[in-house]
Design a protein around this ligand. Sequence first.
Ligand SMILES: NC(=O)c1ccc[n+]([C@@H]2O[C@H](COP(=O)([O-])OP(=O)(O)OC[C@H]3O[C@@H](n4cnc5c(N)ncnc54)[C@H](O)[C@@H]3O)[C@@H](O)[C@H]2O)c1
Length: 248
Amino acid sequence: MNISFEGKVVVVTGAAHGFGRTIAQGFASRGARVHACDVNMAGLEETVKLCGEKTTAHVLDVGNRTDVQALVPTFGEVDILVNNAGGVRGQVGRPIEEISESDWQTIFDVNLSGAFFMAQAVAPAMKNRKAGRIINISSGAGLGISLTGIQAYASAKAGQIGLTRQLAHELGPWGITVNNVAPGFVRSNPTTERQWDAMGEEGQARLLQNIALKRLGLPEDIAAMVMFFASDYAGWISGQVISVDGGK
Ligand SMILES: NC(=O)c1ccc[n+]([C@@H]2O[C@H](COP(=O)([O-])OP(=O)(O)OC[C@H]3O[C@@H](n4cnc5c(N)ncnc54)[C@H](O)[C@@H]3O)[C@@H](O)[C@H]2O)c1
């Protein structure tokens, strides 16, 4: 499939690392002007080096609505928004009694509120032009359970899937599609490396055995689905969640 994003303006959140960096590279290499947003400036600089001169870095905490509202309109008319920023914020699974309010809230801020605030910021211009693509990155945890037992992560990702469906219906009359990619386990960051090590050889073998394609995914597998949803090939697809997990 030969997809071009020449002339398109794309915003990718969580672009300093992992999936977000690979997604930004995917759009940039197909001609898009990419606005790479993250809280990690050093990582963003590396992303920009890999993407090239049409990519710009912006330090942004997507959970801060004031900052989102101040920055995003400076991008001009955004064609494609990828809400990828997220994760477990360094947390591990613990019993419910041990979870503080801020442990709970911080995961919601980035995985759910951030996606909402970013969509809110791009929607007015997309509605004016009667076109736009919003792609949210959830997780298998949002469709089932968090394998590491993080309550807020499973809940926030499930909420983000609900937000995807709701916005698909609200924004559909303006030709805007809203879809969701639910990745399976990918060794893409220090947290997933720790999780992989903690499984031990037996756990790793079991995880692979339960994947139809018998291999772990790569950030490129996730980016490919994001680009499909953003492309002209997906013009009549909205409100959908696609698991990109090698088959379960
Ligand atoms: N790796 C996996 O196995 C896996 C599986 C399912 C879903 N996911 C989801 O995919 C997305 C990307 O995961 P990844 O593995 O590439 O993680 P990653 O940790 O490599 O990248 C996440 C990026 O988000 C940024 N970020 C965190 N909080 C932010 C905030 N408030 N504002 C802006 N940026 C912020 C981080 O700095 C980081 O660069 C996340 O939403 C994650 O929940 C990952």
